[in-house]
Design a protein around this ligand. Sequence first.
Ligand SMILES: Nc1ncnc2c1ncn2[C@@H]1O[C@H](COP(=O)(O)OP(=O)(O)OP(=O)(O)O)[C@@H](O)[C@H]1O
Ligand SMILES: [Mg+2]
Length: 600
Amino acid sequence: MARIRILPENLSNKIAAGEVVERPASVVKELVENAIDAGADRIGVEVENGGRRLIRVADNGSGMSRDDALLAIERYATSKIRHDEDLFAIQTLGFRGEALPSIASVSRFTLATRRPDDDAGTEIRVTGGQIESVRQAGVPPGTMITARDLFFNTPARRKFMKTVATEMGHIGDGLASQALGHPRIHFELQHNQRRLRRWPSANDPAERVAAVLGAALRDDLVPLALETDAVTVSGWVAAPRVNRRTSRGVHIFVNGRHVRDRTVLHAVLHGYRQRLMKGQYPVAVCHLAVPVHEVDVNVHPAKYEVRFVRQQAVHGGVAGAVQAALVSGDRRPRPSSALSSNRNPEPPHAGGVAESGPAYGRPFRPSTPVTQGGSGPRASGLKPAAPPAVIRSASPLPQPALWPGGRFAHLKIIGQFRNTYIICEAETGLILIDQHAAHERIYYEQLRKRARSRNAAAQALLVPETLELDFRAAAVLASMREGLAHVGIDIEPFGGNTFIIRSAPDFLAQSELGPMLQSIIEGAEAAGVTPDPDNLQEESLQIMACHGAIRAHQALDGREIHRLLVQLDECENPSHCPHGRPTWIRWTAGALEKAFGRIS
Ligand SMILES: Nc1ncnc2c1ncn2[C@@H]1O[C@H](COP(=O)(O)OP(=O)(O)OP(=O)(O)O)[C@@H](O)[C@H]1O
Ligand SMILES: [Mg+2]
């Protein structure tokens, strides 16, 4: 007897379900996508016990005939594609013909459906993939699918389900993403007979964004608008003062499909570069319209990933759109409603909190003291821990200079703390300068000047440095050689995956070259794109500046400190390091007095 057998259909459906139905939220996602494809403008989702006991999605879309309904639960049955070539011109969210049979194979499943013009509808019951009954039924137009007791017949999978709260979190977040992508559709979510969310149809997509992401965000949103032949970008980015600790606030849609795409995510972050600190992520809703034959959506069974034919161009378009939006946002006056919101609770000098420099990109003078972030301590005495919290929010209201003349070089130097922070006195308060961040900024601007003038002082290395890479890293480096030459780094291939660094800018220690190039290559690899010369230049300047700058824990004498302050004054943006960290913070005299209880 042959050892190899074709699997029974029910088993192959369960295998498919393993990929498509990871958890209750995946069932909701597939059913909602079907409803959207069916042209529904009202979609209701009902869940019990985090989706373990019941998941029901009802829509008012096209509905199905009895024959179609029977076909719909067969594997590889779809109304959405017909021919090979359709696979590369997908306009619908579904196309694999797998979702319904997969869900039906791992639950107690009921499909009730009626086309608007039919007198009667159809109800099909399936248990663990076996059809139990098919009957005519009086049901409203549209389709209602119920999946009960998910994974009842696959105990191993059931064990992977998390708490009700966790599963509900995934369901809620998933539905929120769908709602962001389809503002005209009315969505509702119920859990254990209680309504959790309701998003009424919105004519203005901004209304939906505010409804889903929170009305407080509304004033901080800047629209995205950019069109190239590779991609049309629309949506919103939030001002950098609104930021998160994970990338979950970045919602990406490609031709209406919610996806997680590292290239687009990287492009969004790239658009925010220097505006956010390491570890901070923006909030953004990015819609990409890409010609259908230039995007492959058939990458993953759950369709969370896509591939772009012109990846580089898409990356450039998104980064450009985000950057342009943020620049226009910088210039935009803050609406008065935002000023009364809790982000700007009181005059900046009243609270006992430290302030950091003005927002990136804003001129240093007149300076713009920073007000307290919503969550941080406020008016409660001196809180040295406050600075990280306050970086988030910068009031753009013009304020008087922080100290007369507003120059770092005029500060009275008190000394160094832990060989890391420079302590200075200004007439208005106590200033702490992060010596590494400050020097990084100085170096960065000097490098940028040189790079722009195209006369980076490259120096031939006495003993050329060799660099041995793996295949992928070597390919990335080869594609960046020209860009690197612009910043004074000459690299030659030396056979196989080995390269020789012939020259480098004179300020770079030779021992830093290898690690620096490694981090540039890794960054490019992680993004999945070869940086164009400008991006490359930017990134290498940042890394060079960081590697070349004086470190923390380095003793500086008075002359060195003074020189640093003078150079800081020469910077275009002395208040932030190239990664967006503040270079200085201040405690006002008033804040200190308050902390010591001298004034109340
Ligand atoms: N809510 C619905 N309203 C109308 N027709 C539906 C609905 N849900 C499913 N169908 C029909 O059933 C078919 C099968 O659905 P199923 O989700 O299994 O596959 P698909 O959407 O075509 O592809 P995928 O597996 O990628 O989701 C669909 O092609 C569609 O014709
Ligand atoms: Mg589907």
